[in-house]
Design a protein around this ligand. Structure first.
Ligand code: CP
Ligand code: NVA
Length: 320
């Protein structure tokens, strides 16, 4: 159940100068080390308080955010650095300046860039152009900082991953993709139940299958939420309509109706099954209010863990 690495190996983790665009860019030991480091940073805040002293993180948002914005700013401040909120509609990118030029210019002022954007290719272009680390604060395809916080949350509950089952119910979206990759990298079984037409991306599934073969994780896909939650230790869901899909909202409400995580579904999982959600949540849609606010819910622990997990990412990428 426990990790194969020690705190000594965590100290050897060398991600200096790298980008953090998706979990797939890292090996299993790197991700384990980031989780252990985040856990240590959560427990020993003082030890790290000046570790990024004077460093500046620019945070570009091309979509709304509560958690990502505030947790990144709190994380960089907690490490002795400074966070700069950059709303795209107030930058020249909002008036057509290219993301490449923006990346080159910001590299002259800052020590790191976090960006929340649309297509994943856009963050890749930015990372290519910038000479400083670029961190993914959500794209249409991935949300790796969320998954890292989620893995930290699982680790806090279980002390490890193998032998546990994570079940994702709903839209095969950015959050589902990163969670799937993260879970199988850690050797955790993963099941995804989605309606036809809303399954996870085929390429991401293939990558996950390759990793699962290596780690021994069992990976299953179904349309049936009841079948998926059998033996679940964690049930996870996310909004049915992601940012940028607002025009499809009515159609989606109908397609996902049988996929609500409620007491009846939770009762079919393991007795001590926890409920997870990246937030923001819509009570009465993807989750019932009694599950969201009930005993099994660990959603606010996940939200807090965003800050601790991101401290580990910032520290590892930006330390001098
Ligand atoms: N979970 C998450 O990324 O939340 P925000 O959209 O509020 O940043
Ligand atoms: N899937 C959601 C996650 C929000 C944190 C979205 O992309 O809008």
């Amino acid at each position: 159940m426990t990790f194969m690495i020690t705190m000594e190996q965590v100290k050897e983790l060398d991600l200096k100068g790298k980008d953090f665009l998706k979990l797939l860019d890292f090996n299993i030991t790197d991700i384990q080390a980031l989780i252990l480091l985040a856990d240590d940073m959560k427990k020993h805040k003082e030890k790290y308080k000046d570790s990024l002293k004077g460093q500046i993180l620019g945070m570009i948002f091309e979509k709304n955010s509560t958690r990502t914005r505030v947790s990144f700013e709190a994380a960089i401040l907690g490490l002795g650095g400074h966070g700069m909120f950059l709303s795209s509609d107030q930058l020249q990118i909002g008036r057509g300046e290219t993301i490449e030029d923006t990346g080159k210019v910001l590299s002259g002022y800052l020590d790191g860039i976090m960006i929340r954007t649309h297509g994943h290719d856009r963050i890749e272009t930015l990372a290519e152009a910038a000479s400083i680390p670029v961190i993914n604060g959500l794209t249409d395809l991935y949300h790796p900082c969320q998954a890292l916080a989620d893995l930290l949350t699982v680790y806090e509950h279980k002390g490890g991953f193998k032998g546990n089952k994570m079940v994702y119910i709903g839209d095969g979206n950015n959050v589902a993709h990163s969670l799937m990759i993260g879970a199988v990298m850690m050797g955790m079984d993963f099941a995804l139940a989605a309606p036809k037409g809303y399954e996870a991306d085929q390429e991401v599934i293939q990558k996950a299958q390759g990793i699962a073969k290596e780690t021994g994780a069992v990976l299953t896909f179904t349309e049936d939420p009841v079948e998926a939650v059998k033996n679940a230790d964690f049930i996870y869901t996310d909004v049915w309509t992601s940012m940028g899909q607002e025009e499809e909202a009515i159609l989606r409400l109908k397609a996902f109706e049988p996929y609500q995580v409620n007491e009846a579904l939770l009762a079919k999982a393991n007795a001590d099954c926890k409920f997870m959600h990246c937030l923001p949540a819509h009570r009465g849609e993807e989750v019932s209010a009694d599950v969201m606010d009930g005993e099994a819910s660990v959603v606010f622990q996940q939200a807090e863990n965003r800050m601790h997990a991101q401290k580990a990412v910032l520290y590892s990428l930006m330390k001098k």
